[in-house]
Design a protein around this ligand. Structure first.
Ligand SMILES: Cc1cc2nc3c(=O)[nH]c(=O)nc-3n(C[C@H](O)[C@H](O)[C@H](O)COP(=O)(O)O)c2cc1C
Length: 359
């Protein structure tokens, strides 16, 4: 067993740090590159890699594992989801062997709330079986130790309620987790229940490792409030980084002590350029323009919550059939007259929902 950390394992910055939350089909290498051009977080995490007895490293995760660090300079954790311990060990070992120079460690998903996932007792489903979580964490800790890599956890507070959370934190401590990212909701709370920042604050007190707060960190103002409430070591942003890809730059400036009035404020013209770049993030010469537009809409659903309070941009863009139509609508809402110089609101407008069917 290697007891020393590999050279590719970074330290967690002491003055506060940021992470991009993993998001299926969204946090791909092109998206990470695009974010890095606007100010990268301190850590990227891949979307989850499903692990079972026969699974292999899929192409999207493999591309991230190979290229994220060299191309963006930002360390990457590869997230696994599964409950088959030998399979998790096999895949973690394969990732860390194959991408020894470019992957900082392995993260385990203990929070996914999608029924098709949790019904298989993986992701959030594992929060109903803490002895199993203990077995998984011990096994993955061993593999990460063998490779001198980080072992991190991303979790929710529990399944139906937060009663498993204290024991979950003990299990994380027993298995020397290097970091815990806590999404302060239960699995039943999906994506809209209020985030329990008091529970995150409690985990900061009880955990020897850095705790990263996750859930609705939408702006510098909200980040300051979450830091004050939780004393967490770091902040993880998901949907709000899709809406506002400059958020990590702004949070870095905040951690460096920049006064609020000097922190970068994107304009609507910047948002237009971002939307143009999104087309290249989802580009694929083998699929139709309608398919590319559908892929862009996954991102536009979040961006649109910050463009106009009535949701007119969202309404129009959801009906667009091609990227050309999306750009025409975007020009109207972001560039017409003097709009390009107008500030992009730091928070989404209340009452607008990015994903009405799942949020
Ligand atoms: C479209 C989408 C896909 C997600 N996929 C994952 C995933 O693969 N792994 C994971 O741990 N969490 C996943 N999440 C949850 C996010 O990582 C994050 O915990 C959640 O969105 C709350 O943070 P936010 O308020 O900053 O978005 C996903 C969330 C969304 C919206």
């Amino acid at each position: 067993m290697s007891t020393t950390r590999s050279d590719s394992v970074p330290a967690f910055p002491a003055g506060g740090f940021t992470m991009l939350a993993p998001m299926q089909d969204m946090t791909t290498l092109p998206f990470m590159r695009m974010l890095a051009r606007r100010g990268a977080p301190d850590f990227f995490v891949t979307e989850f890699l499903r692990v079972n007895a026969t699974s292999q490293i899929d192409d999207s995760v493999a591309e991230c594992a190979e290229k994220t660090l060299p191309e963006t300079g930002t360390p990457l954790l590869v997230q696994l989801i599964g409950e088959d311990v030998p399979a998790l060990v096999r895949v973690a070992d394969a990732v860390l062997s194959r991408y020894e120079k470019t992957v900082a460690g392995i993260d385990i998903n203990l929070g996914c709330p999608m029924p098709k996932i949790f019904r298989k007792n993986v992701g959030g489903g594992l929060l109903r079986d803490l002895p199993k979580v203990s077995e998984i964490l011990a096994a993955l800790r061993r593999v990460c130790d063998e490779h001198g890599k980080l072992f991190t956890i991303k979790c929710r507070l529990g399944f139906d309620d937060a009663s498993p959370f204290p024991r979950l934190l003990e299990i994380a401590r027993e298995n020397r987790a290097d970091l815990i990212a806590v999404h302060g909701r239960t699995v039943r709370g999906l994506y809209r229940a209020p985030v329990d920042y008091a529970a995150i604050a409690d985990s900061v007190k009880k955990s020897p490792c850095p705790v990263v707060a996750n859930g609705e960190i939408s702006s510098v103002g909200k980040a300051r409030s979450v830091l004050a409430q939780t004393c967490c070591a770091g902040l993880m942003c998901g949907r709000h980084a899709v809406r506002n890809p400059w958020i990590f730059r702004c949070l870095r400036e905040m951690f460096a002590g920049t006064p609020d009035e000097e922190i970068f404020k994107p304009k609507l013209g910047d948002v237009f350029e971002y939307i143009r770049e999104l087309e290249t993030c989802v580009a694929d010469p083998t699929v139709s323009a309608a398919r590319i537009a559908a892929r862009m809409k996954k991102f536009l659903n979040f961006i649109g919550t910050g463009i106009d309070p009535e949701g007119a941009f969202l309404h129009a863009v959801r009906r667009a059939g091609t990227p050309t139509e999306i750009f025409r609508i975007s020009e109207k809402f972001l560039l017409a007259g003097t709009l390009a110089e107008k500030e992009f609101p730091p928070e989404p407008f209340s009452g607008l929902c990015a994903r009405p069917n799942c949020e």
